[in-house]
Design a protein around this ligand. Structure first.
Ligand SMILES: Cc1cc2nc3c(=O)[nH]c(=O)nc-3n(C[C@H](O)[C@H](O)[C@H](O)COP(=O)(O)OP(=O)(O)OC[C@H]3O[C@@H](n4cnc5c(N)ncnc54)[C@H](O)[C@@H]3O)c2cc1C
Length: 479
């Protein structure tokens, strides 16, 4: 993975820069000792590492503004960081950059049940947003599998989703407003505690902008009344095609499940060995979950089971209790851990039209043989978001490179069939060099002109999203 060479002038000015940061932050909020900055050398894409110049841990929007003002004056790149769970290398530092971590900014600022919103500092973890309102019967809908650890900051930057986003949408559909600090320290409010914004919809630009446009310090989020209950049905099929057809038929029938999850045989086998959830021995497994009162759940599961039976399932298991539901979800929720027990893995994230699923899975199987690397597929089937997990051995010379090439081919395939490079994990460095397979030069120029407006000196989150040659040429930087 190519990264820009660090700026020697910044490296040699480290002492002055750190001293200036210490002037605006408490002593324990500035980390510059090499043994401590190592904690920030990577995110969850651990294959790539680089310790930053320093890391800072502000507690307020005012402190973030002060940090950015100093870094702007010193010409120091800044990498915003939430909890560091990005799978795309979105929070990977460069040696001459300052990591700005918002983990200490985790307060609830306002809760308004009449207008159904909560305002939080963005270092708050996703799950603890629901934790703050659930005793009053509310919840925050987007539910990344990493929700125990990941922060609202990263969710906004990556426009994160989760298993239950089929019904409720991803982060952008549940975000009402943000406080954003621009690279020069200017604080701006975008959106608010209402559904639509006056003027241009800048919130739509910020959500999913991967730390390229500003540092989001506070967020107003939509909260919803908790449904009375939820129950899944597990359906096993002997072919990916038939499982794919069942998904299309469920969606066509007009029932709106909260989740439709799909696992292929390698993934079913791995999770069964690991979690012993009692999954059937089959080619493809669907978990379809619906919500509502008991009567509503029974009615919806009735329709879904009727559709599923028409396709001759190997197994169809409707949950009747909380214990059965937990058992059905156990394997799916353990899928990443199960694959990690077998070997190192790279988790990809691409989106395809749902009807292309059987073809795409077949091609991934063929490529797996060609590359000699095993792969298991977990898929948010309702919205077409795939997560192929490629197994490789990080200690075997050449395996990582082979894995990267295999991953690139899978993502290009997603684009070829009419999908796109990312569903929820973002571009980061992982998909940066593939942007040209989805966007023309003109498309990328248009996106970079947006960055020019928000971050004219291009100091925020360097080397992410845009291929280096393309962004260097745009900025007039010599290669
Ligand atoms: C086991 C596992 C399961 C996962 N499951 C899912 C899933 O189901 N769905 C999903 O969508 N993702 C998933 N992810 C990916 C990851 O959790 C999400 O991308 C998450 O939103 C990242 O949040 P974070 O706080 O850890 O962000 P970080 O990793 O710290 O940063 C992510 C990006 O956000 C930017 N950023 C961070 N803070 C700010 C800020 N204050 N202002 C502006 N930009 C900022 C960073 O620069 C970076 O580009 C998973 C990850 C793991 C490890």
């Amino acid at each position: 993975m190519e990264m820009p060479a660090p700026n020697p002038a910044i490296l040699s000015a480290k002492a002055r820069i750190v001293a200036r940061l210490r002037g605006v932050l408490p002593a324990d909020a500035v980390i510059d000792a090499p043994e401590e900055t190592r904690a920030y050398e990577c995110d969850a894409l651990t294959a790539y590492r680089c310790a930053p110049l320093a890391a800072v841990l502000p507690s307020s929007t005012a402190e973030v503004a002060a940090i950015l003002k100093i870094c702007h004056e010193e010409g120091v790149p800044v990498v915003p960081r939430g909890s560091g769970t990005s799978l795309a290398g979105g929070a990977l530092p460069t040696a001459d950059s300052v990591i700005l971590g918002v983990a200490r900014m985790n307060e609830v600022l306002e809760t308004d049940y009449d207008n159904r919103f909560i305002r939080v500092q963005t270092g708050r973890t996703n799950l603890s947003v629901t934790g703050a309102v659930e005793t009053d019967g509310f919840f925050y809908a987007p539910d990344p599998s990493s929700q125990l650890a990941c922060a609202i900051a990263g969710n906004i930057a990556m426009n994160s989703g989760g298993a239950h986003c089929l019904k409720y949408g991803v982060t952008t559909n549940n975000l009402l407003g943000v406080t954003l600090v621009q690279m020069d320290g200017t604080v701006v409010e975008i959106g608010g505690a209402h559904l639509d914004a006056g003027g241009l919809d800048l919130l739509g630009l910020i959500c999913g902008s991967e730390g390229q446009l500003g540092v989001v310090t506070e967020a107003t989020l939509r909260i919803l009344p908790k449904p009375e209950g939820a129950r899944p049905v597990l359906i096993g099929y002997d072919s990916n095609e038939v499982a794919g057809q069942c998904v299309s038929d469920i969606i066509k029938a007009g029932v709106l499940p909260v989740a439709i999850e799909f696992m292929d045989r390698p993934c079913i086998r791995a999770t069964e060995d690991f979690a012993k959830a009692g999954y059937p021995d089959c080619e493809a497994l669907l978990i379809v979950e619906v919500e509502g009162s008991d009567t509503e759940i029974d009615a919806q599961l009735g329709v879904i089971s009727q559709i599923a039976r028409k396709h001759n399932p190997v197994e169809l298991r409707e949950s009747r209790s909380a214990e059965e539901s937990a058992r059905i979800w156990l394997g799916r929720k353990s899928a990443f851990g199960a694959m990690g027990q077998i070997n190192d893995y790279m988790c990809l994230d691409g989106t395809i039209p749902v009807n292309e699923l059987p073809y795409v899975l077949r091609r991934i199987g063929e490529m797996s043989k060609d590359y000699g690397l095993d792969v298991g597929n977990v898929f948010h089937a309702g919205d077409g978001n795939m997560h192929p997990l490629i197994l490789f051995d990080a200690n075997k010379p050449g395996d990582l490179e082979k894995c990267e090439a295999f991953g690139a081919d899978i993502l290009k395939l997603c684009v070829e069939v009419g999908g796109c490079l990312t569903g929820e994990h973002g571009v980061g460095i992982e998909k940066r060099d593939l942007m040209g397979s989805q966007f023309s030069d003109d498309d990328m120029q248009a996106q970079m002109r947006v960055k020019d407006v928000f971050d004219p000196t291009w100091l925020l989150n360097p080397a992410k999203v845009f291929p280096l040659a393309v962004s260097d040429a745009h900025r007039g930087v010599a290669a």
